[in-house]
Ligand binder design. Structure first.
Ligand code: TLP
Length: 346
């Protein structure tokens, strides 16, 4: 079995999840009659401190539904230039909603500079799109799993309210952030209007995300999900795994963070690697290779020796720890990294 560090999306459902899926009580969720989906949505809303929640197929669907529900044609979204919502969702707000993205430079810690946000807010002028929404990402994937603090989140929420703007959090790995910070998850969601989080990444459910927010917003979001073909029928079969994910898989994320830090500390010792292990706060390690190496070739050689990673533009490699990765796997992966990158040391 390869050591698969490409993403925490590769996690398989746990035995308890499979049992819960088998036994799940179901109904037609488009009629609002699936008791397991209803239970998951109520539980998820409570967990993130919002009035209501909606179960969706993926993180992308959750973010896209949120953006299309918050914004109308001609509106503009302020987001990070390294945000998943900007880089990796196929331009959905523009493609589907006539919504303009306004990317601001992400700081290395995943934040957007408050002064940059303030300066990007459009005055009322017929030439301009209407600034409607600010989207944050916590943890921040492309910034190496960095966490946004409750204080920063509150500052952005306050700024948005002063300007009459709405806010959305792409919290694909929200629980990783809360566990790393040692704060209740509501400290990261209360200041913002809506939040999307994934059940199928570190929490190991096979499918599914949650979008949570005020009841009237979720009511509209349910319609937007239908427009996108996301109304599922006996979805309780997969929601059952989501319930187990929330009940059983949150506390263990600390293990993934410790494994990521262990990996980062080992990698930082290699001359071919540029990485500050103190920036590894959660389960994502992004390292930079020195110029003389081709990142895609290195990833291929790692694969040949049984270690799967993601190669990114900018000579970067991403390794993500998760439920399927043990500390022994980390030590084995480090041995492979050392062997593959050894010629550089000679
Ligand atoms: N990220 C995936 C890939 O798309 C890169 C990964 O392997 O990390 N927000 C954030 C911050 C994400 O990292 C992702 C997935 C999503 C949203 C989308 O979730 P899915 O894959 O469920 O649509």
């Amino acid at each position: 079995m390869p050591i698969d560090l490409r993403s925490d999306t590769v996690t398989h459902p746990t035995p308890t999840m499979r049992r819960a899926m088998y036994e799940a009580e179901v109904g037609d969720d488009v009629y609002g009659e699936d008791p397991t989906v209803n239970r998951l949505e109520a539980m998820a809303a409570e967990r993130v401190g919002k009035e209501a929640a909606l179960f969706l197929t993926s993180g992308t669907q959750g973010n896209v539904v949120a953006m299309l529900t918050h914004c109308g044609r001609g509106d503009e979204i302020i987001l990070g230039d390294q945000a998943h919502t900007f880089l990796s969702e196929a331009g959905a707000p523009a493609v589907l909603g006539g919504i303009t993205p306004r990317p601001l430079r992400n700081q290395r810690d995943g934040t957007l500079d408050l002064a940059d946000i303030e300066a990007a807010i459009r005055p009322d002028n017929v030439h301009f799109p209407k600034t409607r929404l600010i989207t944050l990402e916590n943890t921040h994937n492309q910034c190496g799993g960095r966490v946004l603090s409750p204080a920063y989140t509150a500052a952005v929420g306050g700024l948005a309210r002063r300007h009459g703007l709405r806010t959305h959090l792409d919290g694909a790995r929200l629980f990783n952030a809360a566990v790393a910070l040692g704060v209740p998850v509501t400290a990261l969601t209360a200041p913002l209007d809506s939040v999307q989080f994934c059940l199928s990444k570190g929490l190991s459910a096979p499918v599914g995300s949650i979008l949570a927010g005020p009841s009237d917003f979720i009511h509209e979001a349910r319609r937007t999900r239908k427009i996108l073909g996301g109304g599922a029928r006996q979805a309780g079969v997969i929601a059952a795994a989501g319930i187990v994910a929330l009940n059983e898989m949150v506390h263990r994320l600390a293990e993934d963070h410790a494994n990521a830090r262990r990996l980062a500390e080992g990698l930082a010792e290699l001359p071919a690697v540029i990485l500050d292990p103190s920036t590894v706060e959660t389960n994502i390690v992004i390292l930079q290779l020195t110029d003389d190496l081709d990142v895609y070739e290195v990833a291929e050689r790692l694969r040949g020796d049984g270690v799967l990673v993601s190669a990114f533009y900018g000579a970067r490699i991403r390794a993500v720890t998760h439920y399927g990765i043990t500390t022994a796997d980390i030590d084995a992966a480090l041995r492979v990294f050392r062997a593959v990158l050894a010629p550089v040391r000679a």
